[in-house]
Design a protein around this ligand. Structure first.
Ligand SMILES: NC(=O)c1ccc[n+]([C@@H]2O[C@H](COP(=O)([O-])OP(=O)(O)OC[C@H]3O[C@@H](n4cnc5c(N)ncnc54)[C@H](OP(=O)(O)O)[C@@H]3O)[C@@H](O)[C@H]2O)c1
Length: 338
């Protein structure tokens, strides 16, 4: 099988997790890492055994030995950085949320399509075996007709105006950072809702501290989806049907134990990750490139677009507002710093 040569763009927290996950992929070559600072990139490359390192993202995208780039920068830079990679002819796996709005995503999808390049959102939860199993159980009707579901993700982030969840120029807030996970779950399990209501508590910058969403699917399932950056919540998900229920343990978005209850029976299913959970999205990217596919069947672009459109709609309803600079499609935010 063809080996796939990886580049990493941005050497922060999540890039370290992803690089760790790449270590077990026998078809992945750890080719190059780039940070805005050369020494930082070299340190990262040395830690994870990448062959080369660069002190700018432009140098990374010019490396002819890199096939695919993992974009691991803050939300507001995804549009510029993914565009940079695609225009240099590189395949891209981009961290969530894909962009700030659906208009930006549409542009990226068009560039990838015109240039025949692979593009995928690194929404790691979609690739988790436990999540895939849950969808199968629901579709097979094991818990009957699904009446209601709940998913939440809340973490208490100490206030720091520069932190990504509070800084408007980094597209701070609960929805785009962590609320995307409960929203994803209901979209994946029950499809695009026919009705959606949402409410956010905003700070002085019009960034959401808390966002609650209620959806009704076409088949009548009501989902309660909560996210907050102000409290540590139980971070659980539960799905209730007419014949039973499915309950995820804490940190449901990277599930290890899932309990299935039907009648008097209770079964605990275990899904321990091979490394840290990021290996599955890496495996899917490698497989797609080996099969010359520009899009994943697991996480197709239409699904990312639907997710992005739903977040646009929720922001409109609740008043979450970002600076025009990061919403722009004409001037990608961060382009001038490259
Ligand atoms: N899938 C998940 O489980 C998961 C978990 C956490 C985060 N994420 C996503 O991953 C992305 C990055 O999050 P992170 O936690 O890794 O953030 P982080 O630790 O702050 O790292 C972000 C990196 O982006 C680069 N960068 C470029 N321009 C920047 C700027 N103006 N300000 C700050 N950083 C800048 C920096 O790279 P260099 O200085 O090295 O160039 C920095 O190391 C976010 O979009 C987030 O949603 C996903």
């Amino acid at each position: 099988m063809k080996k796939i040569r990886w580049g990493i763009l941005g050497c922060g927290g999540i890039a370290n997790k992803f690089a760790e996950a790449l270590q077990i992929n026998e078809d992945a070559v750890l080719q190059a890492a780039a940070a805005r600072d050369k020494a930082r990139a070299a340190e990262f490359a040395n830690k994870w055994n990448f062959k080369s390192s660069y002190g700018s993202y432009k140098e990374l995208v010019s490396d002819p030995d890199v096939d695919i780039i993992y974009v691991a920068t803050p939300h507001s830079y995804h549009f510029a950085h993914t565009k940079l990679c695609l225009e240099a002819g590189k395949h891209v796996l981009c961290e969530k949320p894909f962009t700030i709005n659906a208009k930006q995503l549409k542009i990226l999808i068009d560039i990838a399509s015109n240039r025949n390049l692979f593009l995928m959102e690194a929404l790691w939860t979609r690739f988790m075996p436990g999540i895939i199993k849950t969808k199968k159980l629901i579709d097979e009707g094991i818990i009957g007709k699904v009446i209601t579901a709940e998913a939440d993700f809340g973490m208490n982030f100490p206030f720091d105006p520069e932190h990504r969840v509070y800084n408007p120029f980094l597209a701070g807030g609960a929805l785009l950072d962590i609320g995307i996970y409960p929203l994803f779950l209901s979209l994946y399990l029950f499809g695009k809702p026919k009705k959606l209501k949402a409410h956010s508590i905003l700070d002085d910058n019009k960034i959401d501290l808390t966002t609650s969403i209620i959806t009704e699917s076409n088949s009548g399932t009501v989902s309660h989806l909560n996210s907050t950056t102000q409290a540590n919540t139980h971070v659980k998900a539960r799905i209730f049907g007419t014949n039973g229920n499915i309950e995820f343990d804490k940190w449901w978005f990277t599930p290890v134990n899932i309990t299935l209850r039907t009648g008097d029976k209770e079964e605990v299913m275990e899904f321990s990750p091979i490394v840290n959970g990021y290996e599955y999205e890496a495996m899917e990217s490698v497989k797609c490139l080996q099969e010359n596919k520009n899009e994943s069947d697991i996480m197709p672009l239409y699904f990312s677009m639907m997710l992005m459109e739903q977040m646009d709609e929720i922001r409109k309803i609740t008043g979450i507002t970002y600076p025009e600079e990061i919403e722009s499609t004409a001037k990608p935010y961060g382009w001038n710093e490259l």
